[in-house]
Design a protein around this ligand. Structure first.
Ligand code: XMP
Length: 307
């Protein structure tokens, strides 16, 4: 396990020695890039960029803004919602989605870098990202957006000070810095929790379901929460009944995982009453959903995200 103080000092030195001129720092709002933002984002030659992809959870942009302000970072929030959605139109393949999102992120970063006069891109890539993207000559499991989506001819030079860290180390260092515990949320956002094509309507629905899952889990388990918990929208319609009407509605899966570092994990065992409450809240508050299922698969063989 790394020592937080030493790690932060080394990371700052690495940035100072590598960065010649200006850099932009890609922050997704997740724990990894938020940590990097706080370590590096007070420098006057680094601009922290948060891209609102439209694939985010309810109120996520506001929460990120609060952290940036609290830590006095030099930041900019870019609204790229329409751009991401139009690039994803009609795409159903999960790897394709990740690649498109990675590419769109890079396009936005390159444009912003040009405006800011930056030649460097700082990223919060950590060890599982590149290991699972085939970096250690293993088969590609998933191309994580911050590795797999990088174009070969990218003009920006990369700086990745967190590249040797694992998730538990990121948590430790974040805690040391007084950062709020942010549950891991993938760079491709809700898009990889919508199995199939991403549309604004599906995003709207999944945003509500995600909020219900998070709210119920946080209320029930203050300090003993699962490592990660979320909702997934399945491309499955099933028969149900609303009052005395037959309905044909959507299915939402709930995923709760316990793990040390995200590399392997077991499904959590929340109590039945809580699961029932989540299920009832979802079907009561989202009329388009009439079935809720719980994912009882470990990693491996499943991954944590469904895509
Ligand atoms: P998987 O689904 O690979 O997830 O078992 C392991 C952990 O990584 C997160 N994850 C991602 N994080 N970009 C990210 O920054 C990605 O493309 C990505 N895909 C998965 C996932 O939420 C879990 O915490």
């Amino acid at each position: 396990m790394v020592k937080p103080e030493k790690f932060i000092e080394d990371a700052k030195n690495e940035i100072k020695n590598t960065l010649k001129g200006r850099g932009i720092l890609a922050c997704s709002g997740g724990q990894d890039s938020t940590l990097l933002s706080v370590i590096a984002g007070t420098s006057e030659n680094i601009l922290v960029l948060f891209v609102d992809t439209g694939l985010l959870r309810l109120n996520e942009t506001e929460q990120v803004k609060e952290i940036f302000t609290k830590f006095k970072l030099n930041y900019k929030i870019v609204n790229a919602k329409e751009r991401f959605l139009s690039n994803l139109k009609g795409v159903t393949d999960p790897e394709m989605k990740r690649k498109i999102i990675g590419k769109t992120f890079i396009d936005v970063f390159e444009e912003e870098a040009k405006t800011y006069g930056a030649e460097y891109l700082l990223q919060g890539t950590i060890a599982p990202d590149w290991i699972e993207s085939g970096g250690q000559s293993r088969d590609v499991i998933k191309s994580h957006h911050n590795v797999g989506g990088l174009p070969e001819n990218m003009k920006l030079k990369l700086i990745e000070p967190l590249r040797d860290l694992y998730k538990d180390e990121v948590r430790e260092i974040s805690k040391y810095l007084g950062l709020p515990e942010v549950m891991p949320f993938p760079g491709p956002g809700l898009s990889i929790r919508i199995v199939g094509e991403v549309t604004e309507e599906k995003l709207e629905l999944l945003r509500k379901a995600t909020y219900i899952v998070e709210k119920n889990i946080v209320e029930k388990y203050l300090n003993d929460k699962p490592w990660q918990y979320f909702a997934v929208l399945l491309p499955v319609k099933t028969t149900g009944v609303h009052g005395d009407q037959r309905v044909y509605g959507n299915t939402v899966a709930i995923r709760c995982i316990d793990t040390m570092d995200g590399m392997t994990g077991t499904f959590s065992r929340p109590d039945w009453e809580l699961l029932e409450k989540i299920s009832t809240d979802i079907t009561d508050e989202i009329p388009e959903v009439n079935r809720v299922v719980y994912d009882i698969t470990n990693k491996p063989p499943a991954t944590i995200e469904w895509e």
